[in-house]
Design a protein around this ligand. Structure first.
Ligand code: WT7
Length: 646
């Protein structure tokens, strides 16, 4: 961590515009109803109450779910920081997503409207999703999947991806979803780390008109994964693929013998039993397997979906993320389904075939709540106001943003062009590790462009210095959270020591890895990462992952990867490359190295800039100083270089 990060932050705190909620918004809000039941009429006093009564709050929230057996302890401190929530309780998150709704009129409601890359559509009611999930779960059982087994899911954004996730969790097995844009090596490493027994994939898919050969990539990945016994393939495009005898199975072949009325009961899970592992980037080359569990995660995802997106029975909700990221887990699948919502699942990209694709999806399905990313907004801003103006977006009533800081300019554009200068924007701050949203306005609070505003109930967020002392209003520092919350990660799979660092970097608080400020009125502004994590289009990349990929190329001796500010992507990657003796810089080599990153990590990690250099600044112990390289590159003060190699 560097000490000079925050010197200039005061000047950024000039945002004075405040957008208060209307009285109608406040009156009808889900959170208002709960606040009133506790005797509160304003958020600030309710929030203060929640800090002192956090277990009462979370007990109330957990009671909204269906438990096979109630919990005996809301929270256990005993083995700090391996906190436990709702211990003694038994539930299955999938029962709360499906089985519960089958017993109510929600049964006949649409769970998902799907739109494919090519414009095809397909919808599933809760009943249809339930039937498919039961059959899929039976298929997985036939392939030997049982409680506790890990199953990798490497699929496009199709309805079967949702079914696969739910079927795995229904059996009490543990899913690890790998984003369909990752390359074979990345898939392989995740399968190996999770010791997955089965991988579920599709033949292939189109994204933005480009073919992705998922089965081929899977074949390459599983060449080196000793634990994989079966590859289950969903036919999506009907590509001509090869199936390996004894290992590969087509879902439709398996399904042919599984009747429509198949019922596979939800495995009763302890609150603390594993639900999923999701890999994310940290400051080392190896991605970390963030572990979430059935109980606390379900409570956190259900509660935040209800309070932040304020979902009502008639809403049509669309989260534009991919299921491969945590946003997709919590706010495409689990949160909305637990709330009985109707959602949209979209396979394509925002600008294909035209830059009004998103707006046409909103118009077609009459989307009321839109949850998207600053990169998505900035990317579409470039094409001009005329694209959204072509569409009737009047169905919208609430907007959301996630994944990276949203600059006030993009916030205002979003509100003006998509939100007709009326709609509130929920700028939601959270992380793969937090499981659900921690800092965000709700529909009843005033908004400031570019600010995630305030913590949600019970969340004690603060900005501190490197000794853990609050820096006070208007000053920059490290974002921390002072008390555990139900949906927090439980550990890093296979690496508990790495988990502990989150609670020990600064004594006894959760260290998020972000810089932030709190202004005079209490509005939190998250500024970005203070570690070696780079946020490219909201996707999280580790400098070391990109460096390790490049160093594995025969021409490369050493590499440093840094993030540089980017007007659309938030940040883009620049790499500095030292070649081995005998290799000369050339445009061809540059191209080859970029391709190498694409095929070993994935397209999202490809550097925008690559510079060949004869040397890199290092510490006396030989560590490359990315901070110094970055400061030089951006023309910023270099700060303390006393450990720099002379
Ligand atoms: C990092 C976590 C949370 C789901 C998607 C990303 C950044 C996230 C915001 C926001 C400013 C944000 C932070 C955080 N971030 N939301 N509203 N404002 N920054 O999850 O991939 O685990 O990344 O995303 O830097 O630490 P993730």
């Amino acid at each position: 961590m560097s000490g000079n990060l925050f010197e200039d932050t005061d000047s950024i705190l000039s945002e004075e515009r405040i957008f208060p909620p209307t009285s109608e918004m406040v009156a009808q809000a889900n959170i208002t109803a709960y606040m009133e039941s506790k005797g509160f009429s304003d958020y600030d006093s309710f929030y203060k109450w929640s800090l002192e009564n956090r277990f009462e709050f979370w007990d109330d929230m957990a009671k909204k779910l269906h438990w096979f057996e109630p919990w005996t302890n809301t929270f256990e401190w005993t083995n700090k920081p391996f906190f436990k929530w709702f211990t003694g309780g038994k539930l299955n998150i999938v029962y709360n997503c499906l089985d519960r709704h089958i017993q109510t009129p929600t049964r006949h409601k649409v769970a998902f409207h799907w739109e494919g890359d090519d414009g095809q559509t397909r919808s599933l009611t809760y009943e249809q999703l339930y039937i498919l999930t039961n059959r899929f779960a039976r298929g997985l059982q036939q392939l030997g999947v049982k409680k506790g087994d890990r199953v990798a899911i490497y699929m496009p954004a199709i309805l079967e991806q949702i079914v696969a996730v739910l079927a795995v969790a229904r059996l009490g097995a543990v899913h690890t979803v790998v984003f369909g844009g990752f390359a074979a090596n990345s898939l392989r490493d995740r399968i190996i780390d999770a010791e997955a027994k089965v991988v579920i994939t599709a033949d292939g898919n189109y994204r933005g008109g480009k073919l992705i050969q998922l089965k081929k990539i899977t074949d390459e990945a599983v060449l080196e994964t000793p634990t994989i016994e079966k590859v289950l393939v969903v036919k999506h495009l009907g590509l001509d693929i090869s199936l390996q005898e004894g290992r590969d199975v087509y879902w439709h072949d398996l399904a042919a013998d599984i009747p429509e009325d198949t019922f596979v009961p939800c495995e009763p899970m302890d609150s603390e039993d594993l639900l999923f592992i999701l890999y994310t980037s940290g400051s080392t080359g190896k991605p970390k397997g963030v572990v979430h569990v059935h109980g606390g995660y379900a409570v956190g995802a259900a509660t935040t979906t209800n309070f932040v997106f304020d979902l009502k029975d008639e809403d049509i909700y669309w989260c534009t993320a991919d299921v491969g990221w945590v946003t997709g887990h919590s706010y495409i699948i689990y949160g909305p389904l637990m709330n009985g919502a109707t959602s949209v699942l979209f396979e394509g990209v925002p600008s294909y075939p035209n830059p009004d694709r998103w707006w046409s999806v909103i118009e077609k399905f009459k989307v009321t709540v839109l949850y998207t990313s600053p990169t998505g907004i900035r990317g579409l801003m470039r094409f001009g106001e005329e694209w959204p103006a072509k569409h009737d977006l009047s169905s919208l009533r609430l907007l959301g943003s996630v994944g990276e800081p949203i600059n006030p300019e993009a916030w205002i554009w979003y509100r003006h062009n998509i939100g007709r200068d009326e709609l509130p924007i929920m700028d939601t701050w959270w992380q793969t590790e937090t499981g659900s949203i921690l800092i965000s306005p709700t529909i009843i609070q005033p908004l400031k462009p570019g600010s995630a505003t305030r913590p949600l109930p019970t969340i004690e967020a603060d900005v501190v210095d490197k000794n853990g002392q609050s820096v006070g209003l208007g000053k920059g520092g490290f974002l921390i959270v002072r008390h555990p919350w139900p949906s927090q990660m439980r550990t890093i799979y296979g690496d508990p020591a790495r988990y502990i660092t989150y609670w020990e970097t600064l004594p006894d608080v959760y260290f998020a890895g972000d810089a932030a400020t709190i202004d005079q009125e209490g509005f939190i502004r998250v500024q970005g990462r203070v570690d070696d994590v780079i946020k490219v289009s909201g996707h999280r990349l580790g400098s070391m992952e990109i460096e390790s990929s490049l160093v594995s190329h025969p021409a490369v001796a050493e590499v440093a990867a840094i993030g540089k500010p980017d007007p659309v992507k938030g940040e883009h990657v620049k790499v500095f490359v030292i070649l081995k003796n005998g290799f000369e810089p050339s445009p061809e080599l540059e191209k080859e190295l970029k391709l190498h990153v694409r095929t070993s990590v994935g397209a999202l990690a490809v550097p925008d800039e690559l510079e060949f250099t004869p040397s890199l600044p290092k510490t006396r112990s030989g560590k490359i100083m990315r901070r110094v390289i970055r400061a030089k590159e951006l023309g910023e003060p270099i700060g303390d270089t006393s450990t720099l190699d002379g």
